[in-house]
Structures are given as structure tokens and as C-alpha cells.
Design a protein around this ligand. Structure first.
Ligand SMILES: [Mg+2]
Length: 354
């Protein structure tokens, strides 16, 4: 199963500001050189109708915009927090989950369901749970493997649910342009088109030696299999590299007492997540999102791995003092992050040696 959260950044913004609903919204990453330099990261469907799409330069998008179009600065810390909650929720449906990006995950339902109908029931429960718990919609694809699940999730958006059984794979793929085959980039697509191959069905008609001649054995072999819907990639849990939490402060502040209290609350959450995963860490980072929305960080590492709150809190006052010494602006949001993950010394249980 592939779960894809719909127009995620823009949907997060609509949720915390319901007055945006129904208006075109473009969430942008500003590069900061001039007022409009940067690109659209995600747009909602109203904005897409105006031709405002992700990857588009902001200045260009503004030419397409209607008077009521809203351009927002991406608040990645907020989307991360929402994403973390959702990924934890999805994980309850299968112990084998691969988070593919901030808004996409694969779930392996092998051994959990015994039919595609049962899998569709799981998908409905996920969709209902996400809507009730977060107010968010997603699109879900179910297939015999990751490739087909991913492509199935993509054909019916937003709020879609598409099931492709083994015996439907070829009919599903055949009419699609080759560029839609997940993994085929622009260069490969162009090369295939030049060979007279426009659809995935046409690609399948080419013999293996033919695609190998065109693309070499690696890519050629992959194309041969993928055009047949063959994909053996397992759903693989990716190792996390960091744990963090960010919060918006009640008001912009430089008060070290307020920051320290807030750091303690956030660190309690973070340490709990780390422990639940059986991890430990060496580095603690204090994150400040300043009143001009710039992000600044200050970190410090410990000699030994830990999974406890106290060692972090011992160094936090100085970390905050140094941070405030280096930056003169007030903080609008603050966060903490732990990284440099590893295993805590001496945490092996006696049972590990029996
Ligand atoms: Mg998405």
C-alpha cells in the first residue's frame, strides 16, 4: 500500500487557517534574494486550476494568480510535526513501513490481510482515521508491489483509493505514457519516445535485448520488468537520523527562562520517542525560528550516548545563552532536535548473552 497525503503543505495551512479553504493557496520556499525569488513548493487544487504548480518560480506563479490567491511562506517545522503524528498513526497498521518522504509512505500488508478487499478495508480505515484525527485527506494505492501501489495512488487524486490486483496490472499500465512509469525520468522518456515508444504497453512489446541495447543492462533490465509491473523491492524501514519537535511561542521572546521551560517540555517528548525506538543520541540542537522567520541553530555534543532528559537539561541553559548571544532577534518559534544516533553503552540486557 502506498499512502500519499494530498497537497500536503497547502492542506496543513488550510487546516490551521480555515479561511483559506476554497481560495487558491500556494506554499512557497523563498530564497530571500528579492521579495519574489524562490519557488512554489505545493499548491492546492484551486491554485492548480489557475496553472500554479509546484516547482514554478514565485514571480511566474504570481502572473497566473487571481486577486484572492494566497502566497504563504513554507513552515517546514509545522509540516514535520504533523507528518510525524501521521507516520506514527500509519505505523499502527503495519510493523513494516517505509516513509518515502514527508508526505508519503509504503505499508507492507503481507501477512496482515489475506485479500485485496481486506487491504481496501485497511485503506478506508486509514482514510477515516486521518480525516477524524487530523482533518486531512490522502490518496491510497494498493497493488502487488511498491511500483504498482505508488502508481495506483497517483491516478485518483485527491482523496482517492485505487486497488490494482495482479491480473489488472497489465491493463492498468498499458495505456499510460512511458513517462508515468515511476522511475522513468525526462531523459529516459525522451529517448524512449525517439525510439517510437510512447506508452508503457509499447515498451512491454520490446524484447529484453532491445531495451538492454538502448539503455544498458541495468536500466534496460529495469525497464523490461517495470513495464510488466514486476518489482521486487521490499518495503524497508528507513533508519531515522534525528528526532525533533518545534513549537510556536505564545509571543516573540528572548526570555531564557521561557525558552528553557519550553525546551524541557519538547525534550521530554523527544527523549520518549528516542527511547521507544531503542535509540540513544550524542548531539542536542537548539533551534530558533526568529521574528523574521529565519532559522538559526546551536548544537552541542556529549561524550557518551544517552537516552535521558537530564544530561540534555544540564547543557541547555548554556546552549540557550550562547544562542541568544549570537543572535539579536526575538524568537517566534523554537525547537529541539537530537541526532548523532547510536547505541547507549551498557544497555545490553543479560538476556542478550544467554
Ligand atoms: Mg502528496
Amino acid at each position: 500500500m502506498h499512502v500519499d497525503l494530498d497537497y500536503f503543505y497547502a492542506q496543513c495551512e488550510e487546516l490551521r487557517n480555515p479561511s483559506l479553504k476554497g481560495r487558491p493557496v500556494a506554499v512557497c520556499i523563498y530564497s530571500g534574494r528579492t521579495e519574489d525569488s524562490g519557488a512554489v513548493s505545493t499548491s492546492n487544487y484551486e491554485a492548480r486550476k489557475l496553472g500554479i504548480k509546484s516547482g514554478m518560480p514565485i514571480a511566474f506563479a504570481k502572473r497566473n494568480a487571481s486577486a484572492d490567491t494566497v502566497f504563504l511562506r513554507a513552515d517546514l517545522g509545522h509540516y514535520d510535526t504533523v507528518s510525524d503524528r501521521i507516520m506514527n498513526f500509519l505505523h499502527t497498521f503495519s510493523p513494516v513501513m517505509e516513509q518515502a518522504s514527508i508526505d508519503e509512505a509504503y505499508l507492507d500488508l503481507t501477512g496482515i490481510v489475506s485479500s485485496f478487499d481486506d487491504a481496501a478495508d485497511v485503506a478506508r480505515r486509514i482514510k477515516e482515521g486521518l480525516l477524524a484525527g487530523e482533518g486531512l485527506t490522502c490518496s491510497i494505492g494498493i497493488g502487488p508491489n511498491k511500483l504498482i501501489a505508488k502508481m495506483a495512488a497517483g491516478v485518483n487524486k485527491p482523496d482517492g483509493l485505487t486497488v490494482i490486483r495482479d491480473d489488472q496490472v497489465e491493463d492498468f499500465l498499458s495505456p499510460m505514457p512511458v513517462g508515468r512509469l515511476f522511475g522513468v525520468g525526462r531523459v529516459t522518456e525522451k529517448k524512449l519516445n525517439e525510439e517510437g515508444i510512447e506508452t508503457i504497453g509499447q515498451l512491454r512489446e520490446r524484447a529484453a535485448p532491445d531495451t538492454r541495447r538502448m539503455f544498458g543492462s541495468g536500466m534496460g533490465g529495469w525497464l523490461y520488468n517495470a513495464s510488466r509491473g514486476i518489482d521486487e523491492e521490499p518495503v524497508m524501514e528507513r533508519k531515522r537520523e534525528q528526532y525533533g519537535r518545534i513549537v510556536t511561542l505564545k509571543e516573540d521572546t528572548r526570555d531564557s527562562g521561557i525558552l528553557l521551560d519550553s525546551a524541557r517540555t519538547l525534550l521530554q517528548d523527544v527523549v520518549e520517542m528516542v527511547r521507544k525506538d531503542g535509540q540513544a543520541f550524542k548531539t542536542v540542537t537548539f533551534i530558533g525560528i526568529m521574528d523574521d522567520l529565519s532559522t538559526r541553530t546551536k548544537n552541542r555534543s556529549m561524550q557518551e550516548y544517552t537516552d535521558e532528559l537530564e544530561p540534555c537539561m544540564r547543557m541547555m541553559p548554556q546552549l540557550i545563552a550562547e544562542f541568544l548571544g549570537e543572535h539579536s532577534r526575538s524568537l517566534r518559534r523554537m525547537g529541539v532536535k537530537v541526532s548523532n544516533l547510536g547505541e547507549k553503552k551498557g544497555q545490553k540486557m543479560l538476556s542478550d548473552f544467554t
